[in-house]
Design a protein around this ligand. Structure first.
Ligand code: PLP
Length: 345
């Protein structure tokens, strides 16, 4: 039986249509001047997110780190939610690459609201780091793919702007929020100065992310992309896959969300497994292993031996992510295997 790989939505392989798009893409040197396919993707992303410009980069980590860099100077401080990707899973790149400090703030279920932020801007004097940027994440990876409400986002970004802070959205899975809510991408992106989106997650491309913002912000991002080693030459080869994903794989995210619900509903019935958070909104399912003397790593190892792959996300938490490489039938099979494995432990 085929292994059912639910470790991440980044494990997808390009299908025939995507490979053909890659083979036939018009190419140029995007470092000397432009690659026409990269340019087409950038224009499409900028339009889709309602921003003046966008720039293609190899990874979500790079778009986040450059998104941060263009708003800050060494010694500045960024505000972010305690469980976010930028703070936890990017090697504190903001410190290593840009000389910044982060102030992580605990939200409720990994979600910040205005009251969490109030009072967190440091006084403007020579003793203090300068609080400069607010970063939010939508959908939230560690929060189990949860969606931060647009109203809450508007309140926080308006507060940030009123207080002289720039704003950046880690929208690695923004299109999951778009499909789950029916709220268009430009509405989600509108409140932020810069927005990062990934093509290599739910959209199924092998590589690539984009950062969108004002002309000025993206011109500066282009400088930093060169500095950080992310300028790529005939990058249309991969930008074409990203374009294909954007054109063909957004609406189908709904199927991933339905599969995640199938998985979650089944896990909720299994004794010794607890959904965390309780409700699944998009394509990520996180559950706590509450079986005597069994860690998440033990549980994941037992699943692997039965042909289902997931990630141990903390000592007791397991993460499963649905994606275009896993059908509804396979999701059902994975759910049955989870229940069987738990019953035996
Ligand atoms: C929310 C979020 N932001 C950023 C990233 C980084 O993306 P990449 O792996 O392309 O660097 C990820 C990757 O999983 C993510 O989940």
């Amino acid at each position: 039986m085929k292994t059912i790989d639910l470790r991440s939505d980044t494990v997808t392989l390009p299908n025939q249509g995507m490979l053909e798009a890659m083979q036939t893409a018009e190419l140029g040197d995007d470092v000397i001047d432009i690659d026409p396919t990269v340019q087409k993707l950038q224009d499409r992303v900028a339009e889709n997110l309602g921003k003046e410009a966008a720039i293609f980069m190899p990874s979500g980590t790079m778009t986040n780190q450059i998104g941060i860099r263009i708003h800050c100077q060494p010694g500045d401080e960024i505000l972010c939610e305690d469980g976010c990707h930028i703070y936890n899973y990017e090697q504190a790149g903001f410190a290593q690459l840009s000389g910044l400090v982060a102030r992580p703030i605990q939200g409720k279920n990994f979600q910040l609201s205005l009251s969490d932020l109030q009072g967190k801007i440091r006084a403007d004097n020579e003793h203090m780091a300068r609080t400069r940027l607010l970063c939010l994440e939508n959908t939230h990876n560690r929060g189990g793919g949860s969606i931060l409400a647009l109203e809450a986002i508007k309140e926080m970004t308006e507060w940030a702007k009123t207080n002289g802070l720039a704003t950046h959205l880690d929208g690695a899975r923004l299109y999951n929020a778009v499909v789950a809510t029916g709220i268009a991408a430009d509405q989600w992106a509108g409140p932020f100065d810069t927005v990062s989106v990934c093509f290599s997650k739910g959209l199924g491309a092998p590589i690539g992310s984009a950062l969108a913002g004002s002309q000025e912000a993206i011109a500066l991002a282009r400088r930093y992309r060169k500095l950080f080693g992310g300028a790529m030459r005939q990058a249309g080869v991969i930008a074409s896959a990203a374009l294909f994903g954007l054109e063909n794989n957004v609406d189908r995210l709904e199927a991933d969300h339905q599969n995640a619900k199938i998985l979650a509903d089944s896990i909720a019935q299994v004794e010794g497994l607890v959904l965390d958070p309780e409700h699944v909104e998009t394509n990520i399912v996180i559950f706590r292993v509450d079986l005597a003397n069994i860690t998440a790593a033990d549980f994941v190892e037992a699943l692997e031996s039965k042909g289902v792959r997931m990630l141990a996300f903390s000592p007791q938490h397991v993460r499963a992510v649905t994606h275009l490489g896993v059908s509804t039938e396979e999701t059902g099979a994975a759910a049955r295997i989870i229940a069987n494995v738990a019953a035996l432990m």
